[in-house]
Write a protein that binds this ligand. Structure first.
Ligand code: ATP
Ligand code: MG
Length: 428
């Protein structure tokens, strides 16, 4: 059946990138069929641009490999090879079915198939189970994915509870898509998300996978949609007990804060964790990188802000030194979001503090001993000091003086100050 007069078919035909068309054409010339499938088809149909173009084909992995010159056997056991066209890479996967999920994640056995509809049947949600053949310009939508997309509705393919029982990640994906695509969840699918079996299967999913879904949810305009769904379906206890234990008022505040925080997944994760007692240990449990954990801790720790308009400029400088230049954008961004979301840690003076901090940075104030106009080596030479920890102490005392009086931070006055400090103490 050629559906090419259908406007949706036309939209997809127009959106297919040249290399994808080329891959499908080459497979067709070798006697195989192939389809663009999954997220790319969904995104074109909803009128946004597609990111990754995944291709499904009835060719077996060895056959795919023999059709293309440059291929990487990415996951050949699972039927996936990466085809390189110019500088771009595309995943081409043999049609497959799956059975017997052992660890709640990976299927035990994979069977290669010949029918695209059987491959679509193993996919999670109806709008992710649509395929488009770019050569015949034909749409395959056996589960009503287009209808659900138009109704802005997420619905499991097949019996929802069985699908969630097979793979614990799917409930997280459902919550994530509800937020990123701003869609409702069909009643049967929603009921299945709250089932005990879904919860038990979620427990088997690795923390890294849960974390990655959460970070994707954080890119939504309102991530709270995803997290509220997880809370209502009682899924949070299976992946993050401290969050599940938040009482309702703190939870509501947290949801407002996450939505009010700029679209930066780690910063929004900090917002999500702001109300629990050990955000650092949860960040560790989520296996975030050291740098990401540093951002979360650094961004959260100065709140509630001790700032008061009576602070002197020196106090602003000391605060800036304490939070560190690297973290000041995160501290301010979270402070603004707390203000916008009227959370209990909000400060009414956040904009004034932000302005005063910028003023200090524009003036080039010293924040660490490395910003001083003299370094340790020069001090040792000029004051005939012996190297050792005393030199570090002297530098720190100088930084304190410079924090009080920034105009001291020039070589001559700083040397005079160093001389005075050295003569008054037995630093070195
Ligand atoms: P995005 O790339 O925006 O995260 P996506 O839907 O493209 O969304 P991928 O993880 O790239 O997600 O997966 C591609 C396709 O594979 C999906 O559209 C879906 O058809 C299928 N899929 C992915 N994960 C699962 C899963 N856990 N269970 C069943 N099918 C899945
Ligand atoms: Mg994708």
């Amino acid at each position: 059946m050629n559906d090419s007069r259908d406007p949706e078919c036309q939209r997809l035909a127009d959106a297919i990138p040249d290399p994808v068309h080329e891959i499908c054409q080459r497979l067709a010339s070798a006697g195989h069929r192939s389809w663009a499938v999954g997220g790319c088809v969904r995104d074109v149909l909803r009128g946004t641009s597609a990111e990754d173009w995944d291709i499904a084909t009835d060719a077996r992995p060895q056959q795919i490999t023999s059709v293309f010159r440059r291929v990487i056997p990415t996951g050949i056991k699972h039927g996936t090879v990466t085809v390189l066209i110019k500088k771009e890479s595309f995943e081409v996967t043999t049609l497959r079915g799956e059975s017997a999920y052992e660890d709640g994640r990976r299927p035990e056995k994979i069977a290669f198939l010949d029918d695209i509809e059987d491959d679509l049947a193993r996919r999670d949600f109806t709008f992710n189970a649509i395929a488009f053949d770019p050569i015949r310009e034909e749409l395959i939508d056996p589960f009503g994915g287009r209808r659900d997309l138009a109704a802005r509705q997420l619905r499991a393919v097949g019996v929802a509870i069985d699908r969630f029982a097979e793979d614990g990640l799917r409930v997280m994906r459902a919550a994530r898509f509800a937020a990123t695509l701003e869609c409702a969840i069909h009643s049967d699918t929603l009921a299945a998300m709250g089932s005990e079996v879904a919860r038990d299967t979620l427990r088997k999913v690795s923390v890294e996978r849960v974390r990655d879904e959460w970070l994707k949810a954080m890119r939504a305009k309102r991530p709270s949609i995803a997290f509220q769904l997880m809370r209502e379906a009682q899924l949070l206890g299976a992946c993050c007990p401290p969050l599940a234990e938040l009482p309702d008022p703190s939870w509501d505040e947290t949801m407002r804060l996450v939505d009010a925080t700029p679209v930066d997944p780690i910063l929004r994760l900090a917002a999500l964790l702001h109300g629990i007692s050990g955000p650092a240990s949860v960040a560790q449990a989520l296996k975030l990188s050291k740098e990401e954990r540093g951002r979360i801790e650094g961004g959260l720790s100065p709140h509630p802000l001790p700032y008061d308009p009576s602070w002197t400029d020196a106090e602003v400088r000391r605060f800036l030194q304490r939070i560190g230049k690297n973290h000041k954008d995160d501290v301010i961004a979270l402070g603004r979001a707390m203000h916008d979301a009227s959370t209990s840690q909000a400060s009414p003076h956040i904009e004034e503090l932000a302005r005063r901090i910028e003023g200090q940075l524009d003036a080039g104030v010293a924040l660490t001993t490395r910003d001083l106009a003299l370094d340790g080596g020069t001090l040792i030479a000029k004051l005939s000091l012996s190297p050792g920890p005393g030199v570090g102490r002297l530098l720190r005392l100088l930084l304190e003086r410079v924090t009080e009086e920034p105009e001291l931070n020039r070589p001559e006055p700083l040397l005079a100050a160093a001389r005075q400090i050295a003569s008054e103490s037995d630093l070195c």
